[in-house]
Design a protein around this ligand. Sequence first.
Ligand code: SF4
Length: 361
Amino acid sequence: MAKKKSTKPNTDTLLTWWDKNRRAMPWRAEAGKPANPYHVLVSEFMLQQTTVAAVIPYFLKFIKKWPSVQALAKASLEDVRAAWAGLGYYRRAKFLHDCARMVMEKHKGRIPDTEEELRALPGIGAYTAAALAAIAFDHKANVVDGNVERVMARLFACAEKMPAAKAVLRKHAETLLPKKRFGDYAQALMDLGATVCTPRNPQCGDCPLQTTCLARGAGQPEAYPRKTVKKKVPKKKAVVFVVQDKKGRVLLRRRPEGGLYAGMWEFPSTPWALKEASLKVVNNHAPAPLGWHTPKERIRHVFSHFELEMTLRLGHSKGTIVQHNGEYRWSAWRDLPHIAMPSLMHKVAARAEPALKKKKR
Ligand code: SF4
C-alpha cells in the first residue's frame, strides 16, 4: 500500500539556507556567537511597527549614547525621547526607559531570559518576550511577527482571513519549531519573509521551503494570507500655530502624559477633530491674537487609525502669549532636531520656518 504523503511543511532546509543568506544587522551576533541581550532588547523595541532600514541609524546612535542597560536606566526620559524623535510610536521610548530601570531594580541589571519574566517588564508583550527569549538567549519560543505570519499562511495555504487567522498561524508555527538553534530559526523565518516570501512577487524558486509549500503547490502564493477588506480610516483636521518671537524662537507646548505622543513637544494647535475648527475654536486655542499668515498648502499625516490634515497659521508674537492648558517653552529653530518632537511636528517646522523668515514682522 502506498504511503500517504505528509502535508506538514518541512523546514529542515531553512537553517542551511539562512547560514548562507542571513542579513547582517548591527544588533545581531556574528554566526555561532552569543547575542548581546541589551542590543536585542533595544532593537526589538525599535522594530515594533518600524522597518529595519529606519531603525539602523537610530539603534547605532542609541547604543553609542547608552551602551548598556545600566547607562540607559540612568538617562533622563527627556534625553531618551529626544533620541527617539523621528522614529514614531513614541510610547516605546518611555517603555524602554522604564524597562531598563526595572531591569536594574528587580533583576540587578541582568535582562531576564524567560518569556514569563520578560512579559512582566514594561512595553514587552507576547511577541517581544518570545523574540527576546529566542534571539537573545536561544530559548525555545514561538516568535511570530508579520513576516512569519505570511510564511505560515502560505506554507499551510491557510483559509482563514486576517486578522482572525493570527491564532491559527501561531499554532501552525508552533508545530514547526526545531529542536535546537531556536534564535537562528526565529531570525531565519523572519529573513525568509522579508527577502524571499515577500508580500508581492515571492521568489518561490529561491525558497528553501518550496517543496512542501501548499500555496506554491496551488500556484497562488500571493493569495495568502487572505485578508478582510479594510475599513476606511477617519480624517481629522486641526489648525496648528507656529508663533515666532523677536529673538527668532518658536513656541512649543508639551503634550499630556498618556495617549498619542505622550510628553513630547509640539506646536500648539486646535484639538484634532473630525470637523473643521470654527473661528471661535481657532480663537480659543490661538496662543496670540489672530491676523496671521495662512499658507495654502496643508500638512497631512497618516496614523494607524486616522489621517490628520493640518492648516498652518504663522505669526510673530507682538506681546503676551496666551498659555492655554499645558506647559510651554520657546526654542530656537536650530534646536528643534534635538528636542523630543514627533516627525509630524518636524514636517510642520519644515514648512513654517522659510515662510516665517520671509514674512516681514
Ligand atoms: Fe513563500 Fe513561495 Fe517559499 Fe511558499 S515557496 S514559503 S510562497 S516563497
